[in-house]
Design a protein around this ligand. Structure first.
Ligand code: HEC
Length: 156
């Protein structure tokens, strides 16, 4: 896509140069056309620093997945071809096992994400965040905290 954009920009430049050589008026027209044809600015990519209030699972998602699954990411672009809601953070139809499986095995054009890159505990935290929009602590994700302890944490 970037290549296409550069190609288009080169084309626009060549056009405006050609128009310039045609005389003063032509040059002005070309400059106006170029401004009118400029694409709208892309949304800013979301990063850990753009969301200072992110919880632990959300932070991991931003660090490990958002470069592809953010608003302008290629994961979002490719998912838009086959699902109604291409933003993983807005999906309501996934379960934790599906997210973990898809990320570990790779799916379609998405490369498999190995444990060296995202540990099992971190992957579970990301999946819990995406599926439940609910944060779990790192200890819970590793399975070190029993049901009793997590109930206490939740104040039940
Ligand atoms: C290198 C870019 C990239 C990264 C990094 C990435 N993904 Fe993906 N992901 C994709 C692409 C592309 C697709 C769409 C695959 C297709 O449809 O061909 C996808 C699809 C998915 C899907 C499938 C959704 C569906 O309904 O089919 C899940 C789940 C998913 N990614 C989770 C994750 C998680 C969790 C992470 C972070 C740990 C992550 N991805 C990191 C590129 C990426």
């Amino acid at each position: 896509m970037k290549k296409g954009l550069i190609f288009m920009m080169t084309g626009a430049l060549a056009l405006s140069l050609a128009a310039c050589s045609g005389g003063r008026e032509g040059g002005q027209d070309a400059a106006e056309n170029k401004a009118a044809a400029a694409p709208p600015p892309l949304p800013m990519p979301e990063t850990v620093s753009s969301r200072p209030k992110a919880g632990p699972g959300e932070k991991l998602f931003l660090a490990k997945c958002a470069m592809c699954h953010g608003a302008v990411g290629m994961g979002t672009g490719l998912l838009a071809r086959r699902v109604d809601e291409p933003l993983l953070e807005k999906r309501t139809d996934m379960d934790v096992d599906f997210v973990v499986q898809a990320a570990r095995m790779g799916i379609g054009n998405m490369p498999a994400i190995p444990r060296g890159e995202v540990s099992d505990a971190d992957m579970k935290q990301i999946a819990e965040y995406l599926v439940n929009k609910k944060e779990v602590s790192a200890a819970q994700a590793e399975g070190k905290v029993g049901a009793q302890a997590s109930k206490r944490e939740a104040g039940q």
